[in-house]
Design a protein around this ligand. Structure first.
Ligand SMILES: Cc1cc2nc3c(=O)[nH]c(=O)nc-3n(C[C@H](O)[C@H](O)[C@H](O)COP(=O)(O)OP(=O)(O)OC[C@H]3O[C@@H](n4cnc5c(N)ncnc54)[C@H](O)[C@@H]3O)c2cc1C
Length: 282
């Protein structure tokens, strides 16, 4: 069988980390990322990117712990490496260096990819609601402010985590909101004022923050992350699919662990394809 062709749909933290893990575990694969949006226009760009354990009630706790531990160990190693200062762009630059191709493309139906790719990996985040008609997936809208306040060096988070101040490399993220089933991507001015006031009451120096930008993201929420294989079939033709979406409020916190598992499932798909192609030759 020629080099297996794998398409990853989605270029948020889940799609990019999954593409990287596939390249690492299956170097003979040709990997392409297809996405209608890339950074800085994904939900992943809105997140503060804190590693905080979030619970997925439909996923066994030991599995969640494993995903979190693998992600923590991976990021901790990067933070202690020479690449620490450019860690924010590590995923994209790392993928380009490994030959992964990236195309802007909105995929209306996974089946549309069956003639071009052997395996398709669905990392579409909230987009999976429409892409695969998953009614169990719902948005939890989050509005934040990204501000210039370089003097803020420590994070502050209130008791229930609704109000937070997270300094990043370039900007400070002020949050936030959690609005279940809201699909609106437009920032609400009243919410902006409310977030700013809440954060200033925790850190009054933020009144001097500059260049305040409003951002909205839809957390792709589900009882459990959908991390499984599926075989699509039409008229006797098959397409092997691996789903990896539905990370809700914790995509950053478990991205490496779920990407490794998705890459393992891609490996199973390729082994099945190689088995069937060698049987066909006999
Ligand atoms: C305000 C806020 C704060 C957050 N803070 C944190 C935090 O501190 N820590 C944490 O762990 N998590 C946090 N999260 C959650 C985290 O952002 C998400 O879990 C994570 O970004 C999900 O990543 P994703 O790659 O699945 O989705 P996305 O980043 O949305 O990426 C999905 C990709 O799929 C593409 N796509 C969708 N449909 C199609 C289609 N039909 N065809 C082609 N491409 C398609 C999109 O263009 C996009 O590139 C936060 C979220 C929000 C909103």
């Amino acid at each position: 069988m020629a080099a297996p062709k794998v398409a990853v749909v989605g270029a948020g933290v889940i799609g990019l980390s999954t593409a990287l893990c596939i390249v690492e575990t299956c170097p003979s694969c040709s990997v392409t990322v297809l996405s209608d949006q890339f950074s800085p226009n994904t939900t992943s760009d809105v997140a503060a990117g804190m590693l905080i354990p979030h619970t997925y009630p439909g996923t066994p706790i030991h599995v969640q712990k494993q995903w979190f531990k693998e992600t923590f160990a991976y990021l901790f190693a990067i933070s202690n490496s020479a690449e620490a200062s450019e860690a924010g762009i590590h995923l994209v630059s790392g993928l380009k260096a490994t030959g992964v191709q990236m195309y802007t493309r909105k995929v209306a139906d996974l089946w549309d990819l069956h003639s071009e790719y052997n395996v398709v990996v669905n990392c579409a985040g909230i987009g999976a609601h429409q892409l695969v008609g998953d009614e169990k997936l719902f948005p939890v809208r989050g509005q934040v402010l990204k501000v210039h306040a370089p003097w803020v060096k420590n994070f502050i988070r209130d008791g229930d985590g609704l109000t937070y101040i997270y300094p990043g490399i370039h900007r400070v993220t002020l949050g936030g909101t959690r609005e279940k089933e809201s699909w609106s991507l437009s920032p609400d001015p009243g919410t902006t004022k409310d977030i700013f006031d809440r954060c200033c009451s925790l850190e009054p120096s933020l009144r001097g923050a500059q260049d305040i930008k409003e951002k909205v993201g839809l957390r792709p929420s589900r009882q459990c992350v959908r991390l499984q294989r599926e075989v699509l079939s039409q008229g006797g033709v098959k397409l092997l699919v691996v789903h990896n979406y539905g990370h809700g409020a914790g995509g950053f916190s478990v991205h490496r662990g779920t990407a490794k598992e998705a890459a393992r499932l891609v490996g199973e798909c390729i082994a099945a394809l190689q088995g069937s192609s060698s049987r066909a030759k006999l």
